[in-house]
Write a protein that binds this ligand. Structure first.
Ligand code: HEC
Ligand code: HEC
Length: 263
């Protein structure tokens, strides 16, 4: 056997005993990837089909919760349609947002994830562009507070689901208002299904916004209510009192029915 053939044989044997060399190879390929340039935000957005996003988000909800479902709906579709650099994102990181962050019921997980996705493809460090992305995120939040949701029915739903108005971006208020309107318990299968539809609805609306933005046709369709604007004119930035900070619907937490001192 000549020397060259012996060398080739050695390589084949080494490959067959793969387990021993795999960690070495993995380490090397990881090092190579670290050197790949990860583009700065905003990443180039490619228009995606809102229905495809919703249909991807709905089953993903049952796999990893509302936040993962919404993120996977959008980013998963971008992975399929645009590929790199979206393929670099482990969408599973958004499982943290489930049930208003780890079940705490603060910010709705679907909103949380979708705000991150919007920022990824439209935001930037520069203040002007940051504000533009925030404008889209605020439109999404106001839509969520004001519309009767969920408004997307998956093609193969488990149950039929009633819509309700949350008047709040908070998981707690959103879930509880729906339970009251629909007559189901907060840990029922129907409530889970409702959040699956809501995950799909939220991801869908986010890409509708992004698609409009891509066509330079984005206009915020859900401004703050005149009541919230009036409250903020005294209590928020630049107001006579400037003793609070929020763009959430004040009525979600403060009684604004006219029976307190001034509300
Ligand atoms: C014209 C200015 C003005 C507007 C508009 C206004 N507030 Fe006030 N608000 C005040 C002032 C002044 C106080 C302090 C009242 C006091 O201490 O007696 C106050 C107090 C409050 C308080 C403290 C507790 C209370 O109930 O008195 C809350 C909460 C509040 N406002 C919420 C709101 C909300 C919500 C709205 C909109 C529905 C609103 N405010 C609209 C001026 C305003
Ligand atoms: C998610 C619930 C929530 C929402 C939405 C909300 N607030 Fe509040 N707000 C609170 C809580 C909780 C406090 C603290 C109450 C306390 O200390 O008694 C508070 C306190 C305040 C205070 C101070 C009251 C004081 O005693 O001086 C003002 C003013 C106020 N909010 C105005 C607003 C306005 C205006 C909006 C809408 C733009 C709004 N809030 C929306 C929960 C909320």
């Amino acid at each position: 056997m000549n020397r060259q053939r012996r060398d080739i044989l050695k390589m084949v044997v080494a490959a067959a005993g793969g387990a021993a060399i795999t960690p070495m190879l993995m380490k090397n390929s990881y090092a190579a990837k670290e050197q790949e340039k990860i583009p700065e935000v905003p990443w180039t957005y490619k228009k995606v089909d809102p229905i495809a996003v919703a249909e991807r988000a709905y089953p993903a909800y049952y796999k990893g919760g509302c936040s993962y479902g919404a993120y996977e709906g959008i980013i998963g579709e971008l992975k399929a349609v645009a590929g790199y650099p979206y393929i670099l994102i482990p969408t599973e990181m958004f499982i943290f947002g489930e049930g208003g962050v780890a079940g705490i019921s603060s910010l709705c997980g679907a909103l949380n994830a979708v705000a991150a996705a919007i920022f990824l493809v439209t935001g930037a460090v520069a203040h002007k562009q940051r504000e533009e992305a925030f404008g889209m995120i605020r439109e999404l939040f106001n839509w969520y507070e004001q519309e009767a949701l969920p408004n997307y029915r998956p093609k193969n739903p488990r149950y039929e689901i009633k819509a309700s108005v949350s008047k709040s971006p908070l998981c707690h208020a959103s879930v509880t208002k729906w339970c009251k309107a629909a007559g189901f318990k907060s840990f029922s299968k129907e409530r889970a299904e409702r959040c699956g539809w809501l995950t799909a609805s939220t991801a869908k609306y986010a890409v509708e916004i992004l698609n409009k933005k891509a066509d330079s046709a984005f206009i915020a369709a859900h401004p703050l209510s005149s009541q919230v604007q009036s409250c903020r004119s005294c209590h928020d930035k630049g107001g006579a009192l400037e003793n609070s900070r929020t763009m959430m619907d004040c009525g979600g937490c403060h009684f604004t029915g006219g029976k307190t001192k001034h509300l």
